[in-house]
Design a protein around this ligand. Sequence first.
Ligand code: ADP
Ligand code: MG
Length: 332
Amino acid sequence: MRRTPPVSVSEPEEYDLDEHEADPVVVVKDEADLGAALTETNVMEVLDELDRDLIALKPVKTRIREIAALLLIDKLRVEVGLASERPSLHMSFTGNPGTGKTTVAMKMAEVLHRLGYIAEARVVAVTRDDLVGQYVGHTAPKTKEVLRRAIGGVLFIDEAYYLYKAENERDYGGEAIEILLQVMEAERDNLVVIFAGYKDRMDDFFRSNPGLSSRVAHHIDFPDYDVDELMAIANLMMEHQNYKFAPGAEETFREYLDRRVTRPRFAHGRSVRNSIDRARLRQANRLFADGTGTLTREDLMTITPDDILKSSVFAEDREPEDDAAAPAKGHF
Ligand SMILES: Nc1ncnc2c1ncn2[C@@H]1O[C@H](COP(=O)(O)OP(=O)(O)O)[C@@H](O)[C@H]1O
Ligand SMILES: [Mg+2]
């Protein structure tokens, strides 16, 4: 028995903030089939993907498995008539930039969808500017429009604490928070909100907004990666993109990371991705500048130590490399 039929992604269901669907008729059974539920929902596939596609993050992976188990068992309890309220699913993902919060939110949406808790495996990612207006009367329509888009999926609010400005009484952030609170409660069966950002600022934000805090059931903290883990992330990204390190280049990349982690604006996985992008750019320029001959498959795949050494991180007298993936000057 499937209580919530899956809705295809190509035909998004229209939601009205004021309208509610009738409760489905529940046929009570004597026993629940866990194996069948696992096969039917195919939730293990996403959990295995999470393990495989993401390096480290052990505590995060464990928490997501625990939440999935809770939700699956809850479905089975409903099937045998152990009526239960839908568990609260709003969450907070805290951690430094680039530690995988957005990536994991997408996997979480997939888990929630497969278990029938949201209509689509969809994440609407927003920041303060998407919710809060500059003038009187602008905030409510902006916030409601975002919520309208997000209902049926996950609303991911990045750097959520910027919604609240304690020092400014005339700020419209409070208005957005009020509406969010109402909709998080009224649409708890159709919408999951994930608040994301730095741990310390999020703690302050929840302390200042007990109403919000009490509605967030799961707090998941994303740890920093060490250099070994960043190297593993780099190797995974290289493999996915069909690149490889030439002899010695892996060591050079590790040296690069040793320096990069201490620089301003270091952003874990995002910095790894950006530095690989820049190495690819230098590789392309190197092959391009070399001129005319044929390029082997090997040539086209290989990142040399030099492609990495040309990074400004290795030149102490130059500005630290920015994480904005702007192409380096003087190319093409
Ligand atoms: N554990 C990990 N394994 C592999 N790639 C990762 C991992 N954590 C982050 N990344 C990659 O780093 C980049 C930034 O991750 P993201 O989820 O946007 O971080 P955040 O939302 O915390 O800033 C993405 O390209 C993501 O795929
Ligand atoms: Mg993010």
